[in-house]
Every structure is written in structure tokens, then in C-alpha cells.
Design a protein around this ligand. Structure first.
Ligand code: KIV
Ligand code: NA
Length: 265
């Protein structure tokens, strides 16, 4: 079957069909998610936290995302692969954004890019979309601005609702094909979803968005410690991996592994 394309997501919105996006950072996860029928995967800069061991997405580099994007695009052929533009790689000018986005497509093999912001990065979004780069916007809580936003908090409450609406509309007007709404009150996300013609993708934004996204190690229970309220854990991969690693170590120590069936004459 053919690759999912931006216009398929537009058609899904028109038909009222919801869909799920997941992050992906490596060849195993991407292949599994494609087999599961996940139409869109994001090589998110959440890799900074969940893959690279940073405490935020701020230190993530273009090279980091490129390496992960290559791994994901090599093992997928149907899912639409979106590469996140890291902090500092697109804000300065549309030219800077275009140079980075072209690398994600030419070197990484991505079919689209995501950047954080609405009104603020509308010039970037316009230049990219007018030059053949499909853009996914990301508004509401934008993790790259965590230090400016005063930490992890719901955006768009009270007077912030006007800003959120302005950002979402600016993204659409500048040509974005979809917009992620992160940590936005559900009624406001529902309003944005109704007002926009492009799909909204919620994370901590309630049930009325056109699509949802989760960070896969969070939803699969691989992430240790606390996960945000908006995460649902669909598996306990951390527990399962812990069990497997312990059992392997025990069996080696006890001389149970390798057995004759794992050995050569
Ligand atoms: O980096 C990421 O994983 C993201 C999603 C949470 C939207 O930006
Ligand atoms: Na991100």
C-alpha cells in the first residue's frame, strides 16, 4: 500500500475519522508501529528525554534528530514520517528553518517537519510550505520554551485562550497541514478543532481533537518514574524488560544459558 500523505489526513478530518500518531526514534519501534497501522510517526525531540538522557528537549541537535530520522525512515514505507526541528534550528529566520528542514528531508528521508509556535514562526511556516516542505505546527505548551513558559503547565487558560487561538489560526494560514495542541484545556482544543480546517493532534488536549499523539516509551510503560497525567500506559515494557534482563543474568550465572540448542558442535 502507498505512503500516507498529507491530503489523506485532511480527508480523514472531513470524514470525521480519528487517527493516532506516535513518536518513533529507532528502527524497531518504527517497524512495529507501521505494522500496527499508525499512519503518522514523529521523530520527536522528546528523544532528548527518552532516548538521550537529557532533562529537556533544549540540548537536542539537528544531528541527533537526523540520526534517529534515518533509522525510522529506513524501516518504514507506509507511515508519514515527521522530523522535529530542534530548538535553535529554525527560529532565527525562514532561511534557517528552510536549511534545517531540507536536511531532514534530503538526509533524514522525512516527508514533513514539525516546529514549535504559531504566530511567532508563521514566516518560517510560510516559506517552508511554499517551497515543498509540509509543516506540522505545535502550539499550547511547547517544551522547547519550557524555561520561558515557567515549566510544564496547561496553556490557554483565561487570557491565554486568545493567544492559543491566534497561534493555531496563524499556523493554518501560513500553510501548516496539521497542528499539535499540547496541554490545552479540552473545551478550548475542541473549539480550535472546530474552527480549523486542518487536523488538530492532541496531547493532553482532550478527546475532541482530530487525532492524538503520545510519546511511545510513555504509552508503552518503558519510561521510569512519573509520567504526565495525559499519558495512558498500554503496556509495562519496563517491567517486562527488567524481568528478561534479570532472567538472562540469572541463567548465565547458573549455567542454564546457553544450552546445547544454542551451541555448535
Ligand atoms: O517531541 C515530541 O515527542 C513531541 C510530541 C509530544 C508532540 O513534540
Ligand atoms: Na517535540
Amino acid at each position: 500500500t502507498a505512503r500516507v500523505r498529507v491530503h489523506h489526513l485532511q480527508q480523514a478530518k472531513e470524514r470525521g475519522e480519528k487517527w493516532a500518531m506516535l513518536t518513533a526514534y529507532d528502527t524497531f519501534s518504527a517497524a512495529v508501529f507501521e505494522e500496527a497501522g499508525i499512519p503518522v510517526m514523529l521523530v520527536g525531540d522528546s528523544a532528548g528525554n527518552v532516548v538521550l538522557g537529557h532533562t529537556s528537549t533544549v540540548p537536542v541537535t539537528v544531528e541527533d534528530i537526523l540520526v534517529l530520522t534515518k533509522a525510522v525512515t529506513r524501516s518504514t514505507k507506509r507511515s508519514l514520517i515527521v522530523a522535529d526541528l530542534p530548538f535553535g534550528s529554525y527560529e532565527a529566520s525562514p532561511q534557517q528553518a528552510f536549511t534545517t528542514a531540507v536536511r531532514m528531508m534530503k538526509e533524514g528521508g522525512a516527508q514533513a517537519v514539525k516546529l514549535e509556535g504559531g504566530v511567532r514562526v508563521a514566516p518560517q511556516t510560510r516559506v517552508l510550505t511554499e517551497n515543498g516542505v509540509p509543516v506540522m505546527a505545535h502550539v499550547g505548551f511547547t517544551p522547547q520554551s519550557e524555561h520561558a513558559l515557567g515549566g510544564f503547565r496547561v496553556q490557554g487558560r483565561g487570557a491565554g485562550a486568545e493567544q492559543l487561538l491566534a497561534d493555531a489560526h496563524a499556523a493554518q494560514e501560513a500553510g501548516a497541514f496539521a497542528v499539535v495542541l499540547e496541554m490545552v484545556p479540552a473545551p478550548l482544543a475542541a473549539q480550535v478543532t472546530k474552527e480549523l480546517t486542518i487536523p488538530t493532534i492532541g496531547i493532553g488536549a482532550g478527546a475532541d481533537c482530530d487525532a492524538q499523539v503520545l510519546v511511545w516509551p510513555d504509552m508503552a510503560g518503558l519510561t521510569g518514574g512519573r509520567v504526565p497525567r495525559f499519558v495512558k500506559k498500554y503496556a509495562d515494557l519496563r517491567g517486562e524488560l527488567l524481568r528478561a534482563a534479570r532472567e538472562y543474568a540469572d541463567e548465565v550465572r547458573d549455567g542454564v544459558f546457553p544450552g546445547p540448542e544454542h551451541s555448535f558442535e
